[in-house]
Write a protein that binds this ligand. Sequence first.
Ligand code: OGA
Ligand code: NI
Length: 339
Amino acid sequence: MENMLHLAPSQALPMDRTIFLREQLPQAISAAASLPVIDMSRSSDEVRRAILDAGMEFGFFLVVNHGIPEEVMRDMAEVCEEFFQLPAADKAYMYSEDRHKPNRIFSGTTYETGGEKYWRDCLRLACPFPVGDGTRDWPHTPQRLRGVIEHFTTLTRGVGMELLQLLSEAMGIRPDYFEGDISSGDVVLNINHYPPCPNPEKTLGLPPHCDRNLITLLLPGSVYGLDVAYKGEWIKVEPMPGAFIVNFGQQLEVVTNGLLKSIEHRVVTSSTLARTAVATFIMPTPDCLIGPAKEFVAEDKPPCYRTVRFRDFMRIYNVVKLGSSVNLTTDLKNVQKEI
Ligand code: OGA
Ligand code: NI
């Protein structure tokens, strides 16, 4: 129990986070269909094709040989674990329930869930590019944390942009299509910590959701926890040393008019193992207007999504369906009608 967040003295007791889901969780099947692993050291042609195939089939894939040195990945994983191991009193200054604060720690999820809670502590950080003094409000301990996270984020963003370029080429659009406002918002990091949970069969770490940004790169740590929706079932994603798990965000679905899909995923907990995972989100700027691009629209392919500012999308698309099974997939098209 010691590692749990609820830091401020006024916060409820740790057990209070265990508000169980109303429905029994559908269990994930073991990696019956495992995600494709893309080796980025292969020829550009091969990598392009692999990303598009994997993206269209799963919306999720692993990448290896992405060029980020092992020690950068290891230092990141270590420093994040060290942060969560600090005594609660040493992290309390970062705790906030204000969703608009870019740098803070909190428990549960920021999606509207109708009161249900999730077994996660999150250090969320925003990293502008160029960084400048953008790390000012990041934690100041452990001492090396800021430097390690800034370096990791810069390199990880680079891999994300490279993947977007290869994807653009594979789809036959301009290679720099995803440069500019659509990818130059602050990079947001969810540094997720899932303590061991007494009731993993009744509580999730994160509810089924789609990421709302452009593209996400997850450093999954060494413990399993992520399930991905595939053909009406959940498949387990076993972490692979040195690999990132990559998935498309909803803005990529909108821009490509549904050619690429943002796929639901969830996090399950373990009764014995703590898990730390870092999601790096490449984001549009808040003012960026995003809708289906003309390259993906034709007479027989009318726009399936409305064009809205990213800021408005984030405000309106903030609900997950409760007690979700994969049959209740996120209905992006209908949600957008309400805007
Ligand atoms: C997220 C997310 C997965 C994980 O933060 O959006 O899906 O394994 N994280 O923590
Ligand atoms: Ni996610």
